[in-house]
Design a protein around this ligand. Structure first.
Ligand SMILES: [Zn+2]
Length: 417
């Protein structure tokens, strides 16, 4: 009689430690496995060998996504995983944890003699963090990459994607032929750290994302008159910063009138000119970053912020321009998977919170290919993309156990020994 598969926390931790021997900066404690760097490629070679040693059928695709297949060689699969690349000086958990949890789930099933009826593929995606725009790996799997993007993508130093991949022996154009047909992938599941404070504050170990917030970035310029800060009377100024601060002041009202609990508006990047102590600012350039999980709400928030800019310009005697710099629509993750994950959490006696994802993830890209689900575990103090990133192992074990239960359910795994 086979045992019920259980997560081996010790083994999972050792696997994550193994991943994190790559790209560690001993000075800062941060991790540097930026997409297509030497450390990124080295960790991929290492991880592929771990999966091979576990008896999985392994494959590296043209953009360096890794796949390790367990179960039937033919037919569709359930895919599970996340990304192995990091931001510069990133933390130990972002991405890597989800990849390791997926492999640990397969190891636990093998230990207990469980064989899936539908194959499970562990996936470690490439370039999720955005050196070249982000989610290149999952977009390749989902068939969303275009020749134009592949040709034009450059990193912040001006290095072309084609050159960075070429240096690692990869041919960028092959990405166009690397999509997986929809019939190949029945579902995708990702476990990821929350990267926000909600779960920890609520004292709940596991989150189940039902949606991923969209993002609109409005690039705004307010133009007035730079002048002496001592000789220009207050009433005779055209102060660009006064306009900017009025726009910032309008944010809570805009959300109260047009948004909701899932709305976020941030002015995080500003540039004043001439930016000098003794000069009334003549120009303010800033970005209004607007996020929500509902497309209509997000659009209404953007319109209201544009009106706030017009009002602030008028009151302060400024001219203005507003340009929509980028727009990414919100994504609704698969409702049936949200229910399935909640059901499995209930069976495990786990308290779980259904919640939106404020950050972008591979799961949102994969949702365009197949039903996709996203499990969150708490981030201590909500910190991420920093060496201080931390999740308690007790919560990780619970999230991993939920992933394992969902994979057993979805793959129709049965005890064979
Ligand atoms: Zn991530």
């Amino acid at each position: 009689m086979a045992n019920t598969p259980v997560i081996n926390s010790q083994r999972l931790r050792a696997l994550l430690d193994g991943v994190n021997t790559f790209g560690r900066n001993p000075q800062t404690g941060g991790f540097n496995r930026v997409g297509y760097s030497d450390a990124d490629m080295a960790v991929r070679n290492w991880f592929l060998e771990q999966m091979r040693a576990d008896g999985l059928t392994v494959h590296r695709d043209p953009v360096a996504n890794l796949f390790g297949r367990y179960g039937p060689a033919d037919g569709p699969c359930i895919m599970a995983g996340s990304h192995l690349d990091t931001v510069p000086e990133g933390g130990a958990f972002d991405g890597a944890l989800g990849v390791c949890v997926a492999l640990e789930c397969v190891r636990a099933m093998k230990d207990a003699g469980f064989t899936p009826t539908t194959a499970i593929e562990v996936v470690a995606t490439a370039e999720e963090e955005g050196r070249f725009g982000g989610m290149l790996g999952s977009q390749t799997i989902a068939g969303l990459v275009t020749g134009q993007w592949l040709d034009e993508a450059r990193d912040a130093d001006g290095i072309r994607l084609a050159a960075a991949m070429g240096d690692q022996g990869l041919n960028v154009r092959e990405a166009l032929d690397a999509a997986r047909p929809p019939r190949d992938v029945k579902a995708f599941l990702e476990l990821h750290i929350e990267q926000g404070p909600v779960l920890e504050q609520a004292g709940i170990p596991v989150g189940i994302a039902d949606s991923v917030a969209g993002v609109i970035n409005l690039a705004v310029s307010l133009v007035g008159r730079a002048n002496h800060s001592g000789t220009t009377p207050m009433a005779l100024r055209a102060d660009a910063f006064a306009g900017l601060s009025a726009v910032g002041h309008a944010v809570p009202d805009v959300i109260a009138q047009h948004g909701g609990e899932r709305s976020r508006i941030t002015i995080g990047k500003v540039a004043l000119q001439p930016n000098f102590i003794h000069t009334v600012p003549g120009r303010a350039d800033f970005i209004i970053n607007i996020r929500d999980t509902d497309p209509g709400t997000m659009a209404a928030l953007a319109l209201a912020m544009e009106q706030a800019v017009r009002d602030a310009a008028q009151v302060n005697g400024l001219s203005f321009s507003i340009e929509e710099q980028s727009r990414m629509e919100p994504v609704r993750l698969d409702g049936a998977l949200v229910s399935l994950l909640n059901g499995e959490a209930g069976q495990l006696g786990l308290k779980a919170l259904t919640m939106p994802s404020g950050a972008g993830h591979d799961a949102q890209t994969m949702q365009t290919l197949c039903p996709s689900g996203l499990i969150f575990v708490p981030s201590h103090n909500g910190v991420s993309h920093a060496p201080e990133e931390w999740t308690d192992w007790e919560a990780i074990e619970k999230g991993a156990q939920l992933m394992l239960s969902a994979l057993i359910r979805l793959s129709g795994s049965v005890a064979t020994k």
